[in-house]
Design a binder for this molecule. Structure first.
Ligand code: TRP
Length: 361
């Protein structure tokens, strides 16, 4: 049972590059499945790291499922009071960023509304061992960093649930960061074992694809305090929903360093390089060109230019966000219609699953 977690990052990167090329030629061969936990609004790290990429894929015509992992929140958060609000806010962020279920082949839904997805959990749990579940490096790290003493079984089994998320709709491409690769390995293993046990060994066609990761090309966006990943809980993030003034204030407080001359040096000057990278992501200019243009202008000029570039870049998104926030009925419609479409897909898969498991009555 040792094939899980042995996949190398380089191999995943190679496969990811090949898929990226093929997506342009054969978008309809794929179904992208991606999603987030509804723990709050999204920030610019999400925007540049994943949202923009989702919009790009949807606009290319790749069928896309965006799931809001509301059940998954329960694995490591005591606060469930906010889940519904956060789900709607996530949906608003997606739509404001350019996801459009009316014009693109995109379905947005909370997974708790798709019983057919959740039902796969039962057979899937029989395909992995306890030992495999407790060896998952990402789960281990989450338990450690949250300082959890009593770990609930949902925490150990959520990667299996994530396999249900991906496989119920036969997703075959999953845009993810490095931390999600162990979960994707788990999904591939479950798909492989299911196909072998219930399909190949009985001379039947496989039911599930073995999905591949699509790795992000955007470097990790650091928080404004420098060294760590941008995250709302660390207070170092600029939210998409922030006002222009709030954005300016956050950037003013951002950490830089003592060297007045601005250069682009991610290894030795990570904080400065991060701010330059953010300008580059807004304007499309090369980071080196931005740095040499600012040069002796120093940190003050760097921050002023970032404030302007970011506020300009986000202005249309923020206007659209405000418009959507004033239209809660539309948000509800997007989510319920999304759930309905997801169920239609799930019912088909579940029927196939029953068939090969010899459970049809
Ligand atoms: N674990 C992901 C996160 O924390 C969210 C998620 C749930 C997900 N199910 C998924 C991501 C399936 C990709 C595929 O962000």
């Amino acid at each position: 049972m040792d094939e899980i977690y042995n996949g190398s990052f380089e191999a995943a990167l190679e496969r990811s590059k090949k898929i990226e090329e093929d997506l342009k030629v054969n978008p309809s061969k794929y179904r992208v499945l991606t999603g987030d936990r509804p723990t709050g609004r999204l920030h610019i790290g999400h925007y540049f790291g994943s949202l923009q990429n989702r919009v790009r894929l949807a606009e290319m015509g790749v069928p896309t499922m965006i799931l809001i992992a509301d059940y998954q929140v329960l694995t490591d958060h005591d606060a469930y009071q906010e889940i519904s609000q956060n789900t709607k806010q996530l949906c608003i962020d997606y739509l404001a960023a350019g996801i459009n279920p009316e014009k693109q082949d995109v379905i947005i839904y909370p997974h708790s509304y798709v019983p057919e997805c959740n039902q796969l959990m039962i057979p899937f749990l029989t395909l992995v061992s306890n030992a495999e579940l407790s060896r998952n490096p990402t789960v281990k790290e989450e338990i450690e960093s949250a300082g959890l003493k009593n770990v609930n079984a949902g925490m150990y089994t959520y990667p299996v649930h994530q396999a249900c998320d991906i496989l119920f709709c036969k997703g075959n491409v999953v845009p993810v960061g490095k931390d999600q690769l162990p979960h994707l390995e788990m999904t591939r293993t479950i798909a492989g074992r299911f196909n072998k046990k219930f399909c190949a060994d009985a001379g039947k066609e496989p039911v599930f694809p073995e999905p591949q990761a699509l790795l992000s090309k955007t470097p990790m966006i650091l928080g404004l305090d420098g060294s760590q990943k941008m995250s709302k809980s660390r207070g170092n993030a600029i939210m998409l929903s922030a006002t222009e003034d709030e954005t300016a204030k956050m950037i003013k407080k951002a950490k830089t360093d003592a060297d007045r001359n601005i250069t682009y040096d991610p290894v030795n000057r990570p904080e400065v390089a991060n701010l330059i990278m953010l300008i580059s992501l807004c304007t499309g200019e090369a980071p080196e060109a931005i740095a040499s243009r600012i040069g002796e202008g120093g940190g003050g000029m760097l921050k002023a230019q970032l404030t302007e570039a970011l506020n300009e870049k986000l202005r249309p998104l923020r206007a659209e966000r405000a418009r959507l926030e004033a239209d809660p009925e539309y948000i509800c419609k997007v989510l319920t219609e999304g759930a309905q479409k997801a169920r239609e897909i799930g019912i088909k898969t579940l029927n196939e699953v029953r068939e090969v498991m010899n459970m049809v009555i």
